[in-house]
Design a protein around this ligand. Sequence first.
Ligand code: ANZ
Length: 823
Amino acid sequence: MAQQATEKSLGTIFGEIDSKWQKKWHDTQLFRALSPKEAGTKPKFYCLDMFPYPSGQGLHVGHPLGYVASDILCRYKRMRGFNVLHPMGWDAFGLPAEQHAIEKGIHPAITTERNIQTYKRQLSALGLSYDWSREINTTDPAYYRWTQWIFKKLYERGLAYQAEVAVNWCPALGTVLANDEVIDGKSERGGHPVEKRPMRQWVFKITDYADRLLEGLDRVDWPESTKELQRNWIGKSVGAKIHFPLQNDSSKTLEIFTTRPDTLFGVTYMVVAPEHPLLERLVTSEQAAKVKAYVDEVAKKTEIQRADATKEKTGVFTGGYVLHPLTQKPVAVWVADYVLMGYGTGAIMAVPAHDERDRAFAETFSIPIVEVITEEGKLTGSPGEFQNLNGLAAADGAQKICDTLQNKGLGQRSTTYRLRDWIFARQRYWGEPIPVIRVMEGPDAGKVRLLDDDELPLTLPRVESYQPSGTGESPLATVNEWVNVKDPVTGAAALRETNTMPGSAGSSWYFLRYMDPHNAKEPWSKEAEAYWGPVDFYLGGPEHAVGHLLYSRFWQKVFFDMGLVTHDEPFQKLFHQGMILGEDGEKMSKSRGNVVNPDDVIAQYGADTFRIFEMFLGPLDKAKPWQTANIEGTYRFLGRVWRFFTDGEGKLSTKIQDLPETQWPDAFRITFNRTIEQVTRDVESLSYNTAISALMVLMNEAYAAFGDAAAIPRYFAEVYTKLLSPLAPHLGEELWELLGHDLSVAYEAWPTFDKTKTVSDSVTIGVQVNGKLRDQIEILRSDSEDKIKELALSSENVKKWCEDKQIVKVIYVKEKIVSVVVK
Ligand code: ANZ
């Protein structure tokens, strides 16, 4: 009993094992990736996690799902001989830290630092094998110096320009708001009205790369759904621009964009967007009041609300007409909000017979519907001199119509993209300063000048107040001593740019910095990139499908054009982990009270239990609810493993001995080899839940085969430890050490299996006498044909049917049947 009282609980033992190995890994820098020189001929594997924004809340159990999953893969790859790069860092600029600063008066740099420490502690507690020597932080001037350098390079290549862009301006709050801070035209905080206001902004010409961004998708191993989201976001449409002269002023034309020039003779009305510049010319005095009321109404809606195809169509007739370019018939022009100013030309030719939105509109307003394409997809109803088009396939008809329009100077083929240029400015404090000044006086007044490389980093001034400036400008605009500078060329007064970069700046190239994180001369060396690029495996949530993943691809292509990288696609394989839901099946959130903290689970059961439990919840890419009750099952499994190989207290079991495989029970040997095969395959395909269940089955069979026996084979113990170690690395290391090894299991060779041993030695075959099955016998595959025939003939049942007969022939069909012919 006394002993019982001092006996440690399994959870305590696991906790001690966790700390012991985490410390060793840290102290020996076990997971430091080798430099290209050190690596020699070792193949590389670059495995990247989407780096987190270190929020004040710390990790919840949903975060580690992806981190643990990629960690298992990295640990496996190391055992397969790869030089693995598995880095982690912090995407730490952003609004929440700034908001926190405004409310609590604590500088964002301080909260960020604090949050990073929490995240790092939590990640380390999970036993993740990061190379912490490569840690990066986007808010570190040593890092954002290069983000600013990249801005300069884009500018020098003509890919950055300034434009007046509409922003969400909230007069009551005196600030510009991000799109997601505006809900139904009101500020999220306070519910104040928000209006669009044009402001001068930096913009990147991502549209120059639209075709290459599309094409590259065909060359990467990404989820099809994510590729499709990017394709739709880029939204390439091939069609034509067609000019419709105004009826009352033929010197002016209304230009439209269509993907269906083949339907030109089916046009029954036109629509212009409420913001269209020609609207004023088109509106007649009778319709003016109605149109104005409508336009004012629409101004309150967001683009998303306007583009909603399911909503009822609204619009007003302008009173004006344009002329059909080929028939010269007048066509009525309407104004309606389902046409967006930001797409195509902001005006359409409406063909209600062949376009659903137009049909809904025409039906609402009793506008004629004229069919011009048959069900077989052929042109019909083309009038007058164009009758010869009838019967043509639509695609051919479209070509003919485009040719005709082009000849008459009334249109041209045109390709449009949904993709917009990337607005690269925020009216915020907590972001990277943009490295430019604007000259305010003298001969160069109005000119923009880039900072010299040796002026970088342009650091954020440490200010006491982050209050919005009240003019819509960034809070930096109020820091006079920072803003007012002299132009180094002319000595004239100049102003710094006070907008900062958006949150996506630092994350658009961080994967390159990890390759060479301490380089003070360049953002990364060519040598490092040539070795590590591209990222082999990228794991993160699907919410970044367009933003981050598109911006990074754009920059990578620019770097490629500059000769700075060797690949023009940054992420070869991409995987999205599913979400872990609360126990109630709902999204985890503080307000619902269903958030689980990983720290608590680890404190009670150890990190390995946590890791295996999360991987065992279900397929990695699926959403799945957390199930606290099932942690016990995982915990018991690891307890069984622990007690099988040890005395339960931390000494190796004395039963572990050298016992050749030939002396293992046949069935166990087969399961053993099959498990190696399956775990290998499953880990490679990230099917960790099935790998774990295979290891559970093997442990059960090990208990059955050796639990009561005098010996446990050492070879089995070693292989099992290796198979388990990527999933449960702390236990893996501890067992490996107990088995007498000085070096970490992390770089041991992954077990191989013998394919021939995955099938049983013995097999049951039938014995026929004159074509009728008379018995079944068990043979060994290794038995000779003679021996098998002898076994068959000596069976009692067979003997009975051969009695008093003459055996004419005995035929053996390998591992299937012995056939005896008698007469
Ligand atoms: C006539 C037509 C006939 C059209 C037909 C479609 C079908 P995608 O493929 O998405 O590029 N359109 C053009 N500009 C628009 C705008 N600013 N706002 C709303 N709709 C606009 O769509 C191109 C089609 O969307 C164009 O082709 C145009 O309608 C409409 F049977 O022109 B179509």
